[in-house]
Design a binder for this molecule. Structure first.
Ligand code: ATP
Length: 369
């Protein structure tokens, strides 16, 4: 299933003007947001932006100061956690060390009958199979890897067959390799069950990799809610453009707008140069100050200098290499241009003064900047 196929799926949970304050701190600020059935929805943003509080509001561990929270259209604002149909997985496994893996998973049933008329043992077996740990019933949690522990925590959260799965930074205690593996496993489990999932992370790469849609949060509210590709390619604010992946953001004044076969193009005086950028669905009028971004992969650098007349072509300028990080397949090169730092990715090493170029097609005018 692709997210677009889910665009008209029923709403599974909905925040309607929800605010959560702790004394003078507003952790969640007038949040309105819907998550659709079967969707993998991620809350991502810097530390303190309100991700965990939002998740705790869904779980019912916190009550909103204001606003309404609905599950499938029903108001659950005052419903206690045990009466909400959610499973929760935290960062630190929270498995019971004195219980076996099987007992830990069965504990998730919380004395309720397992779904589909299964016995408790059958349900545990089914869940361990789901998380790819069949036969682990009698193992002790302490002898397992971090990734395995976290899959057991997921099995436990899923034991009673909840409608919604909540995951709060479940991978942050793992090393990078384990994290990538678990990411794929979590995604596969979610797909197999088709369970509505809300995932919290501060890691933008993880958010892009795992989600159907994500909300980039800032100061208790989402700046943009969209599928990963749209967030990456069409950020609606400077904050989103800079938070999600490497990016080069320029600001300047529009000096001309003209039509071209590929859509309207704006000339933006960034000083010391003018650049031509695609307007897309943003608005740009002459005299307006705008920002636009160019991803490093859309900036090219080379030693080529000037055309026969000694001029640089459109959207070309000279910059100076100030640093480089070798990343394996590519090198991330830091350039200095007009007192600003820019990022590009190259396969060849570079040094000194270089020519920097980009296509208007590879630019994006940020509507809200
Ligand atoms: P992190 O990634 O660091 O966990 P977060 O985005 O999950 O951050 P929250 O934990 O939701 O952010 O916190 C949002 C704001 O609310 C922060 O300023 C935090 O200090 C504050 N806050 C959260 N919980 C409480 C609490 N129980 N009492 C007082 N303030 C709180």
């Amino acid at each position: 299933e692709r997210p677009s196929e889910r665009a008209d799926a029923p709403v599974a949970l909905e925040f309607d003007g929800v605010t959560k304050r702790y004394g003078g701190t507003t952790a969640v600020d007038d949040l309105s947001l819907s998550v659709r059935e079967g969707e993998f929805f991620t809350l991502v943003g810097p530390s303190g932006c309100g991700k965990t509080t939002t998740l705790r509001l869904i779980a019912g561990f916190e009550r909103p100061t204001d606003g309404t929270l609905r599950f499938g259209g029903d108001d659950v604002t005052g419903v206690p956690p045990e009466d909400r149909d959610v499973g929760v997985v935290f960062q630190n496994y929270a498995l019971f060390p004195h219980m076996t893996v099987g007992e830990n998973v069965a504990y998730g049933l919380n004395f309720a009958d397992p779904p589909n008329g299964l016995s408790s043992a059958e349900r545990v077996r089914e869940l361990l199979e789901l998380v790819d740990l069949e036969g682990f019933e009698d193992r002790e949690p302490e002898n397992l890897s971090g990734g395995q522990k976290q899959r057991i925590a997921i099995a436990r959260a899923l034991a009673p067959g909840p409608e919604v799965l909540l995951l709060d930074e479940p991978m942050s205690a793992l090393d990078a390799q384990l994290r990538e593996r678990l990411r794929l496993q979590v995604k596969a489990i979610q797909r197999e069950l088709g369970i509505t999932t809300v995932y919290v992370t501060h890691d933008q790469e993880e958010a892009l990799a795992i989600s159907d849609r994500l909300a980039v949060m800032r100061a208790g509210a989402p700046e943009q809610v969209a599928p990963p590709r749209k967030i990456y390619r069409r950020p609606e604010s400077r904050f989103v453009a800079e938070f999600v992946g490497d990016n080069n953001v320029f600001s300047g004044t529009v000096t001309a707008v003209e039509d071209s076969s590929g859509g309207p193009l704006a000339t933006v005086d960034v000083g010391p140069e003018c650049f031509t950028v695609a307007v897309d669905d943003a608005d740009a009028s002459v005299g307006e100050v705008v920002s636009f971004c160019v991803r490093p992969e859309n900036l090219s650098v080379d030693e080529r200098r000037r055309d026969d007349h000694g001029h640089l072509e459109t959207n070309a300028t000279t910059a100076t290499v100030v640093g480089a990080e070798f990343l394996g397949e590519q090198t991330r090169v830091h350039l200095e241009w007009g007192g600003r730092e820019l990022l590009v990715r190259t396969t060849d090493p570079l040094s000194g003064d270089v020519v920097l170029r980009f296509d208007p097609d590879g630019t994006h005018l940020i509507p809200d900047s």
